[in-house]
Design a protein around this ligand. Structure first.
Ligand code: ATP
Ligand code: MG
Ligand code: MG
Length: 501
């Protein structure tokens, strides 16, 4: 890959008086300031330079190390010092041409990238030509670096296929025959357990399936949260952009979030025409409402843990408070699943218990290990499920639109998946929950430190109650007679089902 920059440093007077000093800086730069921090021979290079009318022209190239925009800022500093002796100032930077070339065998679908004028593809590489207003402040703010990262991510996505998640089997329970092969959602509807909500992908759970949810919750509380010392917290459910900027979600979740817009004012007079329109027509005037609401301030809860980080943000945590183990079950999560919605298992409004843990690397790894053991006990000994575990693309990468796996072997996500017998022998398995070690990502993203200066790690796990229910019922059916004893004991009596005439 290559960066190319042709630019000029504007000077307050003719720089010719300092020609010798400038020549000396240029002669020494490639082995000096432009090599600093780079492997031998891999610093930035000066392709040409010349003095002009109140400016110094520069042509620079570089690879990944000491990139041209970094190089020009280093040169600018030295040149400014040299010119200062002749009372000449450097007034700014004019970019003539700035390109980034990255090897690639595939063209990009979307070439509209901020600060990028054009993208050229020649079967071997992508060449991005940056806008000329990428100036000093954009260079200092690492805009060219972020463009490169974006380009590399896009190329990787095209090459691996946008949805190609990494998947590696870790454990699988033994095969077993299934006696119930219906789609449980259909049977739940027939049995009066459920009704469709007014919204897409939304259900009204009657007392039977609600009791199932609550029994699963109780199992999680009794078998995991209490013995492992998790304390309950309440995380916000309307998520502001700032949270998603820190968590990384702002990079990729736009197609799947439900947006939140506040009214422009709560003055009833401002809304009177909306109210009057409804009173007369019995139609809600959606177009008129659109003109009266503000810009989206964020979205509804998507992944449950990011807003909890606001609690720790900017803090230094006492060593004896670690590891921190908390959970939230205070509200719904929402995703626009579009055509993907199915039954109770893939919905736009769902319920999760989210576990979050935070500590040193050792504490986080140990906590995660214990959690895996407890889940194994629940799924094998209480729910008696057929299931498996797989090492997959870390959820935070998937939600930022990335494929692949994390750089180290400890950071990452384990998906828990189960077959749904009604889908047939070769049907897709359902991810019913996952457990992730997120490394330093969140403490770094939210600037959380440990008293001792040790790096902080974190993990999270989302228990999807709809997914547990869908899995359990798909494998055992709706009749409590056929449920595992350990579960029946905890569930108790089936609540009375409302009969509709
Ligand atoms: P899938 O691949 O099935 O869409 P996901 O990878 O998008 O799942 P995650 O982002 O990993 O899901 O979310 C964590 C957990 O949240 C899932 O394991 C599942 O229990 C639950 N979950 C996610 N999306 C939904 C949904 N649309 N309906 C019900 N539960 C969901
Ligand atoms: Mg999904
Ligand atoms: Mg997942």
């Amino acid at each position: 890959m290559e960066f190319y920059l042709n630019c000029s440093l504007k000077t307050s007077a003719d720089p010719a008086v300092a020609k010798d000093a400038i020549a000396k800086i240029m002669a020494e730069a490639e082995t000096g300031i432009l090599a600093k921090g780079a492997p031998v021979g891999e610093g930035a290079k000066i392709k040409s330079w010349s003095l002009g009318d109140n400016k110094i022209n520069l042509e620079l190239t570089s690879g990944k190390n000491v990139r041209v925009h970094d190089a020009v800022l280093r040169l600018r500093k030295q040149i400014a010092e040299a010119l200062g002796k002749s009372k000449i100032g450097v007034r700014g930077l004019d970019v003539e041409k700035f390109t980034i070339t990255v090897p690639s065998h595939h063209d990009l679908k979307n070439k509209s990238i901020p600060y990028v004028k054009s993208v050229l593809f020649d079967e071997k590489a992508q060449t991005l030509c940056l806008e000329l207003d990428v100036g000093e402040s954009e260079m200092k703010n690492q805009v060219p670096d972020r463009i490169l990262t974006l380009l590399e991510d896009k190329i990787e996505q095209v090459e691996y296929g946008a949805k190609a998640e990494h998947w590696h089997l870790l454990w699988e329970s033994e095969d077993r025959p299934f006696h119930y092969v219906n789609d449980p959602t259909e049977d739940m509807l027939k049995s009066g357990w459920l009704k469709r909500g007014a919204g897409r992908g939304q259900w009204i759970h009657g007392s039977a399936s609600t009791k199932l949810f609550r029994t699963f919750e109780k199992i999680v509380v009794d078998e995991i949260l209490t013995p492992l010392g998790y304390n309950e917290m309440i995380f916000p459910k309307m998520i502001m952009w700032d949270i998603w900027k820190h968590s990384g979600h702002a990079k990729g979740i736009y197609p799947e979030i439900y947006y939140v817009c506040p009214p422009k004012t709560r003055d009833p007079a401002y809304w009177e025409d909306v109210m009057d329109y409804y009173k007369v027509t019995r139609e809600v005037p959606v177009e008129l409402i659109k003109t009266k609401i503000g810009d989206p301030i964020g979205g509804m809860c998507y992944a449950q843990c990011p807003p909890c980080w606001g609690f720790f943000q900017g803090e230094t945590i006492a060593k004896d408070s670690l590891p921190i183990r908390v959970f939230d079950r205070s509200g719904t999560s929402h995703r626009y699943e579009s055509g993907g919605i199915h039954g109770i298992e893939r919905v736009d409004e769902f319920h999760r218990i989210e576990l979050v843990w935070l500590g040193t690397k050792e504490q986080v790894v140990e906590t995660t290990q214990k959690l895996h053991e407890r889940y194994m006990h629940i799924f094998n000994d209480i729910l008696d499920l057929k299931w498996r575990k797989a090492w997959v693309t870390p959820w935070f990468m998937a939600q930022e639109g990335l494929a692949g796996i994390a750089a180290d072997e400890v950071t990452g996500t384990t998906d828990y998946e189960a077959p749904l017998p009604y889908r047939g022998k070769d049907g897709e398995w359902l991810e019913f929950q996952n457990v992730s070690i997120n490394g330093e990502k969140y403490p770094e993203g939210f600037n959380v430190k440990c008293q001792t200066g040790e790096p902080l790690w974190s993990g999270c796990s989302g228990v999807g109650l709809e997914r547990w229910t869908a899995t359990f019922l798909a494998q055992h059916g709706l009749d409590p007679e056929n449920w595992p004893e350990e579960f029946k004991k905890r569930f108790g009596e089936m609540p009375k089902i409302v009969k509709f005439m």
